[in-house]
Design a protein around this ligand. Structure first.
Ligand code: ADP
Ligand code: MG
Length: 157
């Protein structure tokens, strides 16, 4: 469920999330629209992944991504949220976010405290940074998908 679909290429508009306060925690997550989420393989595992991300035709940055259950839809639909490991000057709602998911870190977990949640995410970010420097992941940063407006990238190629 987690690895079989990787690398997974995806592009879509950044929409308003449901205000779980990710930004207040210092970890904003750019949410994809319901339509984009529906286009994901239905058997892809929920959990924390990593890969590369690019806003509009900007630079390609490392990212961590969560595929989780969407509380807005009573947890019957998934949500896909990307935290880009980069400091942006401004929000980018409405822009096109392009991502390639290259690896899986862990399943979803419940945490006893906010501090425990934040430190788990910090560890996920460190793990993502390390993994993405390995040649097999690094090579996807240069994929044509990020450089062609109508990227013709195909999954599992
Ligand atoms: P929402 O509930 O609307 O998703 P968040 O608190 O998760 O709100 O913040 C997400 C928004 O923050 C993104 O849609 C984007 O416009 C902005 N943002 C700024 N920096 C980043 C970043 N490094 N990674 C992801 N989103 C970012
Ligand atoms: Mg969000």
């Amino acid at each position: 469920g987690a690895m079989r679909h990787l690398p997974y290429f995806c592009r879509g508009e950044v929409v308003k999330g449901f205000g779980r306060g990710s930004k207040e925690l210092g970890i904003p997550t750019a949410n994809f629209s319901e339509q984009v989420v529906e286009s994901f393989p239905s058997d892809i595992s929920t959990g924390i992944y990593y890969g590369w991300a690019c806003v509009g035709n900007g630079d390609v940055h490392k990212m961590v991504l969560s595929i989780g259950w969407n509380p807005f839809y009573k947890n019957i639909k998934k949500s896909v949220e990307t935290h880009i490991i980069h400091t942006f000057k401004e929000d980018f709602y409405g822009e096109i976010l392009s991502i390639v998911i290259t690896g899986y870190i862990r399943p979803e977990k419940n945490f006893d405290s906010l501090d425990a949640l934040i430190s788990a995410i910090q560890e996920d970010i460190e793990e993502a940074k390390r993994q993405l420097d390995l040649p097999e992941h690094l090579k996807l940063k240069e994929d044509n998908f990020f450089h062609l407006p109508e990227g013709k990238a195909v999954n599992n190629h």
